[in-house]
Design a binder for this molecule. Structure first.
Ligand SMILES: *Cc1c(COP(=O)(O)O)cnc(C)c1O
Length: 376
């Protein structure tokens, strides 16, 4: 937790649960990414945290934006983001939404299927397009890719088809899986992408851009490679595969820009055991899977927890949310422990909570309002 957040919590005592984001950290993460990958276009994945103050900071810094829907595109335009800095990066789009984005001036779209190329050719004639290739997502804590992307031979054919239908076939994209902790995974994907660049060059189609997606990891409970290490692995693979004439490179970071900037302040609602013989403690918080912590599904993302009992003796716990839903258990097998002195009413700070939380909160499941957020 940054000093700024600690101060805010102390002064304002906001009701819980709430997310508090230190915007200085957002600025710092964006700059560090820029410094690590000079010349690479940063296209912020809006879905990670679409809050206005976050988008404003990135817009002022010249960031591009990767939008998942026409709604995100319209929010960006309303903020004054110019359409030449917006990519419609979802491979699954209604044709009416493609047409609306095109009418707004958006000129870069993703696809991974023949039907999507046909939609784009009809409703965004002449627009720039790129094809997403499939990756294994091995090494990622929050994999994405079985749902997205196509194999290399299909990408090759679809890009030729896009060109023949009058689209501007610009290049390829991939996503190595979110919270990817193995820097070599970018290298594998770059190698696969380069094969398509070469096979298409043989057919007279010179691709000019490669979008390396997101996936840059943040530190939750475990150490992860620093961004500079990932960046070095990326540039090494790019030079190995493309030599001195690199295509225009994009990245689409989400998590790494906002996760570290935020904590969720939560309160202990109940501590109990299920039997009298040394039963493990169940700790119920006022935030759970439906209140913004959806990424605890399968205990995939393991947030660090902090209390004011620094260094005190602790014991194993099961951690659950406040709703009347059996699925609303956060951690049962991940080996969490909490202080033995923990009491009902104590506050717990959930770290790394600035990405994929507010927008994952349900509207009013069990009557609980969506997660409140403070941007400071
Ligand atoms: C979600 C998403 C991202 C962001 O991924 P992170 O792992 O948060 O960096 C980037 N690109 C696409 C296409 C996405 O769907």
């Amino acid at each position: 937790m940054t000093l700024k957040i600690a101060h805010f919590l102390n002064e304002n005592r906001p009701s819980t649960p709430c997310l508090v984001i230190d915007l200085d950290v957002v600025t710092a993460r964006y700059r560090r990414l820029q410094d690590s990958l000079p010349g690479v276009v940063i296209s912020y994945a809006v879905k990670a945290n679409p809050a206005r103050p976050v988008l404003e900071i990135l817009n002022a810094g010249g960031s591009h934006f990767d939008a998942a829907s026409i709604y995100e595109i319209e929010d960006l335009l309303a903020l004054g983001v110019t359409p030449d800095r917006i990519v419609y990066g979802n491979t699954i789009k209604k044709e009416g939404d493609i047409a609306a984005a095109h009418a707004h001036g958006v000129r870069l779209f993703a696809f991974d299927s023949e039907a999507e190329v046909e939609k784009l050719a009809r409703s965004a004639p002449g627009a720039g397009v790129y094809c997403r290739i499939i990756t294994t997502c091995e090494g990622a804590d929050w994999p994405l890719s079985r749902k997205f992307g196509c194999e290399l031979d299909m990408a090759h054919n679809l890009l030729l088809m896009a060109r023949d239908l009058g689209l501007d076939a610009q290049g390829l994209s991939f996503h190595v899986g979110s919270q990817q902790t193995n820097p070599r995974q970018w290298g594998h994907a770059i190698k696969r992408a380069a094969q398509v660049f070469h096979s298409l060059a043989d057919q007279g189609l010179e691709l000019k851009m490669l979008n390396l997606g997101g996936g840059f990891p943040v530190r939750y409970r475990k150490e992860v490679p620093e961004i500079e290490e990932v960046a070095a692995a990326i540039m090494e693979a790019m030079r190995r595969e493309f030599g001195d004439t690199l295509p225009r490179m994009f990245i689409e970071p989400g998590r790494i820009i906002t996760a570290d900037a935020g904590i969720i302040q939560t309160e202990v609602v109940l501590i109990s055991t299920k039997n009298y013989d040394n039963g493990v403690r169940w700790v119920y918080l006022d935030v759970g899977k439906f209140g913004g912590l959806a990424e605890t599904m399968d205990e995939a993302i393991q947030y660090p927890l902090a209390t004011h009992y620094n260094g005190a003796a602790s014991g194993p716990v099961v951690i659950a949310g406040p709703t009347c839903d059996g699925a609303d258990i956060l951690y049962e097998n991940a080996g969490y422990s909490l202080p033995l002195d923990l009491k009902v009413g104590d506050k717990i700070q959930i770290g790394g909570a600035g990405a994929y939380t507010t927008t994952y909160a349900s509207i009013c499941f069990n009557g609980f309002p969506p997660l409140q957020a403070h941007y400071i």
